[in-house]
Structure formats: C-alpha cells, structure tokens
Design a protein around this ligand. Structure first.
Ligand code: F6P
Length: 326
C-alpha cells in the first residue's frame, strides 16, 4: 500500500520467542531511521509493552555493541491482552499517545498476525520475520534460524561422540513448534539416520524400527534420530526404540539452548539487511509490508498477501534426506 503519510517517528518491538539476530534488526532499524532524520521509540516487551505504553527513545549509541549478542535487549513477551480486540484497541491508542507514525514488528508468525491486527486498525506497520522455527510462510528465511541450526548441530555432534562410544541410539528433540524445518536441516547436516517431522509422518515399524534394525545388520553401531517437537516426544521415541530393537537409547531435549548464543554471520548480515529495508519501505511510502527473502533476494511484499502464504517440507525434500541416511 502506497501512502502519502509523513513518517517522523517509528516504534520498534520484538515479540514472541526470542531469536538470535533480533538485536541486529533493532540496530539496523535505529541507525537507518536516524540516518534519514527519523525518531525511533524502542517498545519493551513486545505488544505487551505497546498497549501499556512501555517505551523509550533509542539513539545511535543505545544500539552499540548489540548485534553480536543473542536475545533481544528490548525484551519480549507473549501478550494475552493484545490477543483480544480490546488489547489491540489499547495498543492503537498508545501508538497515538506516543506519536508513532508506524511500527516495525520483529518476530514469528504470531507477531506477524499481530502486525496485521494493527494495520487493520490504521497503524502502518512493517514486519520483519525472526524466529528460530523458520516457519513463516512468505519467506524462505527468518532471522535466528541459522544460529539455532548451528547450535543444534554442535550439540548433535557432541551427542554422536558419546552415542558411538556406547553403541547407543541418541534421540534428539529439536524445537520448532508445529514445524519441522529446524529438525529437518539439523538432521541433514548431522547425518541423522532418522528425521521425524510433522510434515512427513513416518511409519513406526517400517521407517523407524525397521530402519535401525537393517542399519544394525549392515554394521552400524550407533544411530542419531532427530525429532521435531511437533512430531513426537524424544523420550517416548527413545523408549520405543530401546524396547523394539534392544539397542540402548537415550533422549536429549535441546530446548531453550537453541534460542540463545551469539548470532552467526548469516543472522548478523540478514538481520541488518531486513532492518534497513523495513525503514526504507516506510520512507518510500510502502506501508503494511513484510520483509522477506525469496530465492536469495531480500525484498518487501504486501503484509496481507504474506499472511496468506504457507510453506511446507515436501515429499521430494524429504526423499533427499532419506537418500543421505542409508
Ligand atoms: O517459536 C519459537 C519457539 O522456540 C518454538 O520453537 C517453541 O515451541 C516455542 O517457541 C516455545 O515457546 P515459549 O518460549 O513460550 O516456551
């Protein structure tokens, strides 16, 4: 949507699960905005802070030395109040009280839906996708995914050392909510024998137990099974494998470890590019947008069109993982 509305002050918030690289977005937004003569208000604790009017002005120095640090210095929350029409109304009112001409929201799919709610009530927004889950339909990449991947890969590599010494099966439960992107990529990168994701369910006997037994008969002595939290509980999968194959199995839930840590180069670079573009799209009069990565290019698209898009892990993608794991 093109707009002739003049933008003087923008708000920025991070919401939902934190992701490494969120600070890089805040820094890029702040410095780009200041460069073009705009004021930036940092809203604390996501939508929760917005409806409560919890914000302060950011200057170029207040974002110094933040992009190399994980988490979000603006803090984040999952606001129950903002999820109601009354909460959205309160948030819109606060945007007026603080003179916010537009808001840049940073977070996953829930945060993006929240941005849609604000836009429908007349608050111009630009959304920047950031979640370790990489499950936002309209973009190939979400800030934080690469760092979480590398953290998880490092953990699985370590678990493989001990699994191989004990000739065990190591079952690793990976985050991702209802999506299997993190698990799928971790599984491929670590050479997992089995990857369990919600998008491509497996047959327990044939694809899990049968596969471990035939691998054992071919001489394999330890096994890595990566499980997306949206597909199964690691503990239950390990128990089943041990019962049905007689091979000792141990489960490890990687949990919140995956959300922390210094952002990788990719997350530092992409968070910066997303942040710059978010401000530029507002300055160019393109409101209610979402910054996305498509086929390697970082562009902005219509927020409401973006909200309709879905993505999945196809059978073809999954087949490649199977080929690699024989
Ligand atoms: O969306 C990011 C994520 O880390 C998911 O992978 C996970 O299921 C969820 O957040 C955990 O949420 P919370 O921080 O509220 O426990």
């Amino acid at each position: 949507m093109e707009s002739d509305r003049t933008i003087r002050t923008i708000g920025i918030l991070t919401s939902g699960g934190d992701a490494p690289g969120m600070n890089g977005v805040i820094r890029a937004v702040t410095r780009t905005a200041i460069n073009y003569g705009l004021r930036v208000m940092g809203i604390r604790r996501g939508y929760h802070g917005l409806w409560r009017g919890d914000m302060e002005e950011l200057d170029a120095r207040s974002v110094s030395d933040t992009s190399r640090v994980g988490g979000t210095f603006l803090m984040t929350a999952r606001s129950k109040t903002f999820a109601t029409p009354e909460g959205v109304e309160k948030a819109v009112k606060m945007a007026r009280v603080f003179g916010l001409d537009a808001i840049i929201t940073v977070g996953g799919d829930g945060t993006m839906r929240g941005a849609g709610d604000l836009a429908r009530q007349g608050v111009p927004v630009v959304h920047v996708p950031a979640t370790i889950d990489n499950d936002v339909g309209c973009t190939d990449y979400t800030v934080g995914f690469d760092t979480a991947l590398n953290t998880a890969i490092d953990c699985v590599d370590k678990l493989r050392d001990t699994a191989s010494s004990h000739e065990r099966c190591s079952v690793i439960e990976v985050m991702g909510r209802e999506a299997g992107y993190l698990a799928f990529h971790v599984g491929i990168a670590t050479g997992a024998e089995i990857i369990l994701i919600p998008e491509q369910p497996l047959d327990k006997d044939k694809d899990i137990i049968g596969k471990i037994l035939s691998a054992r008969n071919r001489g394999k002595r330890h096994y890595i099974v990566v499980v997306a939290e949206g597909a199964a509980k690691g503990e239950e999968v390990a128990k089943q494998i041990e019962e049905d194959t007689g091979t000792e199995a141990r489960a490890t839930v990687l949990g919140y470890l995956q959300r922390g840590g210094h952002p990788t180069y990719l997350d530092r670079y992409r968070s910066s590019m997303f942040g710059i573009l978010a401000v530029k799209s507002l300055l160019d009069g393109r409101m209610n947008r979402v910054t996305v990565m498509k086929k390697g290019e970082i562009i902005d698209i219509d927020l409401f069109e973006g909200l309709k898009e879905i993505k999945t892990i196809t059978q073809e993608d999954f087949k490649q993982a199977r080929i690699l794991s024989i």
